[in-house]
Write a protein that binds this ligand. Structure first.
Ligand code: HSE
Length: 409
């Protein structure tokens, strides 16, 4: 039996999930891999706090991150504490001290992933981050291994469990926005700062990571067309439903020749669309590629054990590399030079909510732009024909207080 020493940074929702799975699966891992994982040290903010952990072994809690990242006996570091700068410094220190790293930190990987991957390669250690996108869905391994020789030309997904939970509860349980968000926080789905969830920031980080592996392109997060779910009202959800549509918090990336068209924000989907029935904390990523066509990857997008399971799969990969003396590996990513534009630059259909029109004859004059129009409580809910960017702007400038949601079939 080989013992692998592990150090952890953070012990919140995901960290406790990792300890639970390490404990529960210990005998299976020992039997099949002849490996025992020994968690030696965990760095936390409050090392003296009383904790109820499903973990049998004695673990040393410390308030000092460097006690873990510089401990010569620790071989693998699992980072589940979040934050950007502190996590970056900690991982930098761990890598330069010869430790392989597993992280669930999407902000860090979205912003500094390529830099840390190169650092890990130079230091002959692994860097893996399956848990950073899609919670328990093994989507990064699919992109990095199974689809690496295929040409990916599109990604459409729901990658923020909290936003999907909130919109699903508003539609299916007629729950309020505030109550649904509180519940998502209580269930451990939301970020420490839930603004990152509802404003699409968390989803943008995840799209950036997906894009690195799918297209070899680092998305410019400052220029990304990003919108949150905060302004969606129950009235809009009901208006969409009356037209057979559902509002979903989506990420979209479509590659056309050497340009990537991207969007993070709510979209309307028809009943037939594969994302229409992805509810609650579930995430789903649809990948369109040249050889495979469209494939979909669905599962729990957040939560303690699902996310911990992705960390466990990274842990086994890193362990295999350690045992074979092959460390220095990360996910495979293609390398590409592509430019980036907003998805809204393409011609699209829209679900539009219009509170007030400027001219009385507006709908008669613009009839060619609309496929369906209904009026509920003095608000118009419409489905447009395919509109160019200019046509959409022209319509928008004629209606006060209108919301346009791209409509995906
Ligand atoms: N806050 C995230 C979500 C957690 O709701 O999807 C998983 O990354």
């Amino acid at each position: 039996m080989t013992t692998i020493s592990v150090g952890m940074l953070g012990c919140g929702t995901v960290g406790t999930g990792v300890l639970t799975l390490l404990n529960r699966e210990a005998s299976q891992v020992a039997e099949s891999l002849k490996v025992h994982f020994s968690v030696k040290k965990i760095a936390v903010k409050h090392p003296d706090k009383k904790r109820t952990l499903n973990f049998n072994e004695n673990v040393q809690f410390t308030g000092q991150i460097e006690n873990v990242t510089t401990d010569p006996s620790i071989q693998i570091i699992i980072e589940v504490m979040g934050t950007l700068e502190q996590a970056y410094q900690a991982i930098y220190q761990a890598i330069t001290n010869g430790k392989s790293v597993i992280t669930a930190n999407k902000e860090l990987i979205a912003l500094r992933g390529p830099q840390l991957t190169e650092l890990a390669r130079q230091n002959h250690v692994d860097l893996y981050y399956e848990a950073s996108v899609g919670g328990g869905i093994p989507i990064l391994r699919v992109l990095s291994d199974s689809l690496i020789t295929d040409q990916i030309n599109g990604l459409t997904g729901i990658v923020n469990g909290t936003s999907n939970y909130v919109l699903s509860a508003m539609k299916n349980e007629h729950s309020s926005y505030e109550k649904s968000l509180k519940q998502a926080q209580k269930l451990g789905y939301a970020e420490a700062n839930p603004t990152n969830d509802v404003e699409g920031i968390d989803a943008a980080y995840k799209l950036a990571i997906l894009s690195q592996l799918a297209f070899g392109h680092a998305i410019n997060l400052k220029q990304l067309n990003r919108c949150g779910i905060q302004r969606i009202t129950t009235g809009e959800i009901n208006g969409a439903a009356a037209l057979g549509l559902t509002l979903k918090p989506a990420v979209v990336a479509r590659k056309k020749e050497q340009t990537l068209f991207t969007l993070v924000g709510p979209v309307a989907v028809t009943k037939q669309h594969p994302l229409a029935n992805i509810n609650g904390v579930e995430n789903s990523i649809l990948v369109t590629s040249a050889a495979l066509g469209t494939t979909s990857y669905t599962g729990p997008g957040a939560g303690s054990e699902p996310t911990a399971n992705s960390i466990m799969s990274d842990l086994l990969t890193v362990t295999h590399h350690l045992l074979a003396n092959q460390s220095g590996i990360s996910f495979n990513a293609p390398s590409n030079k592509i430019s980036e534009h907003s998805l809204l630059d393409l011609s699209l259909r829209y679900f539009v909510v219009i509170k007030k029109v400027n001219e009385t004859n507006f709908f008669r004059e613009k009839a060619k732009y609309f496929e369906k129009i209904i009026n509920i409580d003095h608000t118009y809910f419409c489905v447009t024909t395919v509109l160019t960017k200019d046509q959409r702007s022209e319509l928008g400038s004629n209606c006060k207080d209108s919301h346009f949601y791209p409509l995906l079939k």
